[in-house]
Design a protein around this ligand. Structure first.
Ligand code: HMG
Length: 464
């Protein structure tokens, strides 16, 4: 049975900070953000928004657009790492909000949980819900998988350049118009790590930035190895001599904590795949230097990062490799379109990969590419750490959905924050009654209870 993504909707907060303003205020070269990281704007939540509001706004949008009623939804899963309760699941808040529009009890039999594994948990939720459909348990109902996050780092840290906020919701069913997942190929890797984590009670994460960059690439590569074995043994793909598995993916969508991480990860994966192939000889000749090897090739991530000579040479090699015609062609054809939205919005943690997927569909369609039957490979990564690699085929009815995608229009009207306003919001100096914007027809947070007996209870309204 086919199962996959039928439709996708996004909700992005209307406030943002501009990378150039931000760089100026922090004494950084704006080029570091714009060119070095690929960050132009970062979406910021208002005082009356939390990840549950973002998720509920995205859900309402996809339900209204598809004229779905609550009885049509068998499952609603929320994946987030911006959770604000240790027990009450975020889907419960979201259902509470949706029932303000659809009526109390309307979602009474809609199952679901909140899932957590940093940025990768949405991919696990998609996989589990796809299998719920494949198993025949859905009985004609749809699943909603929502990925919603606020990527917030301490002020003055290097992570502060890679913030953002937003929610993506995906409607899953057995007749998906957008993408049907390839069965029996989903692959994972997992390792107990501390590259990025957020201990209980702390609003922002503890981050080892360069360590996290390298770990992300290693973990995704390990998952890709398993994906490869599964794709070959299941008969999904057959490799001719000189081919790599990546030749059989038309698009590669990567987790995007900042858009250039996608470029970094693609270059890393492609180097690993091409190294074994006859084409590599020509590439090495074109680059004019041999591929550097760390002093201790079997060493730890720390030893590789600490090998300064290797790191400098490897950086130089990567830069030259990414300038080769072969890599440029692959980058333009398979990755570039997925990076556009990330540059304008920033990191959405769990939602970043799926914002990238949406961006890929919209901007490839705008190029005039016929997307029917194209295979999309996904490289999902969550700190702490786990990666998941999987794929799917774009379906014949994709155009019905993609022709109406318009990121610019969906983001507008946005308001640019001054750095002073941004810092006030960042430091939580205002209450939900003091928003920067007064939006209409959206769910907003009105109050968080502070009394001993009801501490933490949240009240939301639909702002008519
Ligand atoms: P940094 O260390 O300050 O930056 O912070 P850098 O020195 O690595 O510079 C970044 C890039 O800008 C480099 O490009 C520089 O060369 C370039 P590259 O060499 O990599 O191609 N650059 C310039 N370019 C033009 N003009 C200039 C200039 N200066 C420098 N003047 C870091 C970067 C990502 C480490 C930091 O922002 C950070 O810690 N971010 C948060 C952690 C993160 O995003 N990690 C990514 C991998 S882990 C992950 O994705 C999981 C995550 O999403 C969480 C989850 O799973 O839940 C984060």
């Amino acid at each position: 049975m086919a199962a996959g993504i039928d439709d996708i909707a996004i909700y992005i907060p209307r406030l943002y900070i501009d990378a150039a303003d931000f760089a100026k205020a922090r004494g950084l070269d704006p080029e570091k953000l714009q060119k070095g990281l690929g960050v132009s704007q970062m979406a910021i939540v208002d005082t009356n928004q939390d990840p549950a509001c973002l998720a509920a706004n995205a859900c309402l949008q996809i339900m209204q657009k598809n004229k779905l009623s609550p009885e049509d939804i068998g499952r609603l899963y929320i994946s987030t790492e911006s959770s604000f309760d240790e027990s009450k699941a975020m889907n419960s808040y979201v259902i509470g909000m949706l029932e303000q529009v659809y009526g109390q009890g309307a979602f009474e039999h809609c199952g679901g949980v909140e899932t957590k594994f940093a940025c990768v948990s949405g991919s696990y939720a998609l996989y589990d819900n796809t299998n719920w459909i494949r198993a025949g348990e859905a009985e004609g109902k749809h699943a909603l998988v929502v990925v919603s996050d606020i990527a917030k780092y301490d002020m003055g840290t290097s992570g502060e350049m890679t913030q953002g906020a937003g929610a993506v919701v995906m409607l899953l069913n057995d007749e998906p118009r957008l993408l049907a997942f390839d069965p029996k190929v989903t692959a994972t890797s997992i390792k107990d790590e501390y590259d990025f984590y957020r201990p209980f009670g702390k609003e922002t994460p503890i981050v080892h930035g360069q360590y996290s960059n390298l770990l992300y690439m290693i973990q995704v590569r390990k998952a890709l190895e398993i994906y490869k074995k599964r794709a070959l043994s299941s008969g999904l793909m057959k490799l001719e001599p000189g081919e790599t598995i990546l030749d059989h993916m038309d698009y590669l969508n990567m987790h995007l904590p900042y858009s250039n991480m996608g470029k970094k990860a693609l270059a890393y994966l492609v180097r690993h795949e091409w190294r074994q192939l006859p084409r590599w000889k020509k590439i090495i000749q074109e680059i004019g230097m041999s591929e550097p090897v760390p002093k201790d090739p079997r060493g730890t991530i720390e030893s590789v990062l600490g090998d300064e000579e290797f790191m400098a040479k490897d950086h130089e090699f990567t830069k030259l490799f990414t300038k080769t015609r072969e890599y440029q062609e692959l980058y333009e054809a398979k990755l570039a379109s997925s990076l556009i939205a990330s540059k304008m919005i920033g990191n959405l943690y769990t939602a970043s990969l799926y914002l990238g997927f949406r961006s890929c569909l919209e901007f490839e369609y705008q190029k005039g590419v016929d997307l029917n039957g194209k295979r999309v490979g996904f490289g999902s990564y969550g700190s702490g750490s786990s990666a998941m690699v999987f794929s799917g085929l774009i379906q014949p009815q994709y155009e019905e959905i993609v022709k109406n995608m318009n990121l610019e229009a969906e983001l507008a009207p946005r308001r640019k924050l001054t750095l002073q306003e941004y810092e006030i919001l960042h430091e939580n100096k205002l209450s939900p009654e003091e928003p920067m914007l007064h939006t209409k027809r959206e769910f907003i947070l009105v109050d968080v209870n502070t009394t001993t007996e009801s501490r933490g209870e949240r009240r939301y309204i639909f702002n008519e």
